[in-house]
Design a protein around this ligand. Structure first.
Ligand code: AMP
Length: 219
């Protein structure tokens, strides 16, 4: 099963993709995480992506599409995948569709996680991430047990460089201009499932799993 998680920055795509991937035994591919790991490692890909990410802009399609298509060939993707943060514009969506056709695969469902703009700003402002396992926390809504340390792996928590007020504003602009049109694109082909993204993590993941249920039975 190939699933895309769509939503604005701060909608909870990463949190939910991690939870749902575990529940349904799917691989979780987060393009933002792949870029951040490349930056940490100092690879050529990281160097190319860094300047765009710092400005809240999309990394060029050519680089991003190739990275995802390569990642989809890894053995852990055989049973199915949740794509988190990709595609992010129409060019990427079309490139993904075309590549999947050649691989005899298709996107089964696109989960659009809907959250109000007010809630997005609140979430992004208080977001902390584990440097080792990328687990997300929120300063007030889901703080770690020990401040600054990840509950899951003990890793150090940090605030993303692109979660500053100015970059968040740019990322939201980019989302509304380039990514939101994908809601229409996937609605037209009957693949979109809209899920209310406000509420607790467990409540939202239950909604997502039930939105995917028809597809699960058909597997
Ligand atoms: P995220 O962790 O999904 O919020 O992504 C962080 C940043 O990585 C974005 O603001 C972009 O600069 C870059 N990025 C992630 N996914 C993509 C994508 N599909 N296309 C282009 N840039 C991306």
């Amino acid at each position: 099963m190939y699933v895309v998680f769509l939503g604005a920055p701060g909608a909870g795509k990463g949190t939910q993709a991690a939870v749902v991937a575990k529940k349904l035994n799917l691989a979780h591919i987060a393009t933002g995480d792949l870029f951040r790991q490349a930056i940490e490692k100092g690879t050529a890909l990281g160097t190319q992506a860094k300047s765009y990410m710092e400005k809240g802009m999309l990394v060029p399609d050519k680089i991003t599409i190739q990275m995802v298509l390569d990642r989809l060939l890894a053995p852990d993707c055989v049973a199915g995948v949740i794509l988190d943060g990709f595609p992010r514009n129409l060019e990427q969506a079309k490139a993904l569709d075309e590549a999947l056709v050649t691989r005899n695969k298709t996107i089964d469902k696109v989960v659009y996680i809907k959250v109000s703009e007010q809630e997005l700003l609140k979430r992004l402002g208080g977001r902390w991430i584990c440097r080792s396992c990328q687990a997300p926390y929120h300063a007030t809504d889901s703080p770690p047990r020990v401040w600054g340390k990840c509950d899951k792996c003990g890793g150090e928590l940090y605030q993303r460089a692109d979660d500053t007020a100015e970059t968040v504003k740019k990322r939201l602009e980019v989302y509304f201009a380039q990514t939101a049109p994908l809601i229409d694109y996937y609605t037209k082909v009957g693949k979109l499932a809209e899920v209310e993204g406000e509420g607790g993590i467990e409540a939202v993941s239950t909604r997502i799993v039930s939105a995917l249920k028809g597809k699960l039975k058909a597997r």
